[in-house]
Design a protein around this ligand. Structure first.
Ligand code: ATP
Ligand code: MG
Length: 324
């Protein structure tokens, strides 16, 4: 299943706040590089201030902090970039204006900058355009410079804004250079061979409901869903017999803290089954690990490259930590 993911040109990592998008984007990038892919790991820095703060995603893959929208080679095969609306808008103007100088001069105009920053659709458009620009870049032999771009999206609402953007823009600007580049963006975003959204969620009832709603909304905009990712699946240390024995013990000895852990495990399994049954895309289950930061990223990358995840072993219903 992961090999199929790596064949795409763009993976959009999306989901609610705090579910592990940034961690997984970093781990997926590392795993793809370990399988021999050249990866551009991208984050969206929406405002000019955000652009200058250290990047959480960059830190997770060891990118030194360089303010601005340039691409940074982090390690062999792995590059990192902070997509910026302003940079995308500048690139776009460069495409449509006859001289590069004119685009740079136009972007220095405060009134134009304020106008571009104020309209959310134009901001999203800038981000999309910079991504397109990077996806289109080639090496001297004509092959893509960044065959796989993994994009860490800030939050669910933003992913939807990007998904909704091309239709919105096309309805107001069907022709001309904007229309053209939006159409090109759409062709990329809607082609399941080229693009896929990864919907990250947690194994709890509410996040799973929200993820199923997000899936419907994203599909309405015809963005293909590459996979659901159930993150932080608790370890299941029980064999069926062991579980029955523990339950008997708990029943005999009254309320116990262990019951909370058992309850969480049950909720997680129910959530997993519900997601696997209702999402029209494969489900990847990722374990909860007792570490954080870069160590977490490295361990998740190792987990994602373990041979049992390839070839397409049945992931649905599989518990990450299940004992044989
Ligand atoms: N599989 C995991 N096991 C243990 N901890 C995890 C796992 N995945 C994520 N975390 C932890 O969950 C927290 C949130 O993760 P992360 O920042 O990647 O989420 P996010 O979805 O990018 O959040 P935001 O919406 O704020 O950008 C972090 O502390 C991270 O270390
Ligand atoms: Mg994040």
């Amino acid at each position: 299943m992961l090999d199929a993911l790596w064949e795409r040109r763009a993976l959009l990592v999306s989901g609610k706040g705090g579910v592990g998008k940034t961690t997984l984007a970093a781990a997926l990038a590392r795993a793809a590089v370990a399988s021999g892919r050249r990866v551009l790991l991208a984050e969206v820095g929406v405002t000019a201030e955000e652009q200058d703060n250290p990047s959480p995603l960059g830190a997770l893959v060891g990118a030194r902090h360089v303010p601005g929208p340039g691409v940074l080679e982090v390690s062999p095969g792995l590059s990192f970039v902070r997509l910026s609306a302003i940079e995308g808008q500048r690139l776009f103007l460069q495409d449509v204006l006859p001289l590069r100088m004119m685009a740079d001069a136009a972007m220095r105009t405060r009134a134009l900058r304020r106008f571009l920053e104020a309209a959310p659709a134009l901001r999203e458009m800038g981000v999309l355009f910079q991504m397109l620009h990077l996806v289109r870049r080639t090496r001297p032999d004509g092959s893509p410079l960044y065959p796989l771009c993994i994009l860490d999206l800030p939050a669910t609402g933003h992913a939807l804004a990007i998904a909704a953007l091309p239709d919105a823009l096309l309805s107001v600007m069907p022709g001309g250079p904007i229309g053209r580049s939006v159409r090109e963006g759409l062709a990329l975003l809607r082609d399941p061979r080229l693009t896929g959204a990864l919907l990250v969620t947690l194994p709890e009832p509410l996040p799973v409901s929200e993820t199923l709603e997000l899936a419907t909304a994203i599909q309405r905009h015809r963005i293909p869903i590459a996979a659901g990712v159930l993150n932080r699946m608790p370890d299941n240390p029980f064999s069926p017999d062991g579980r029955a024995a523990v339950e008997r013990l708990l029943d005999e000895h009254g309320p116990h803290l262990g019951q909370r852990a058992l309850g969480r495990l049950d909720r997680a399994r129910t959530a997993q089954a519900r997601l696997a049954g209702n999402l029209s895309a494969p489900l990847l289950t990722v374990p909860e690990l007792p570490v954080s930061g870069r160590e977490l990223v490295e361990r998740l990358a190792t987990y994602l490259t373990r041979p049992t995840l390839h070839p397409a072993a049945p992931l649905e219903g599989e518990s990450a930590g299940a004992r044989p």
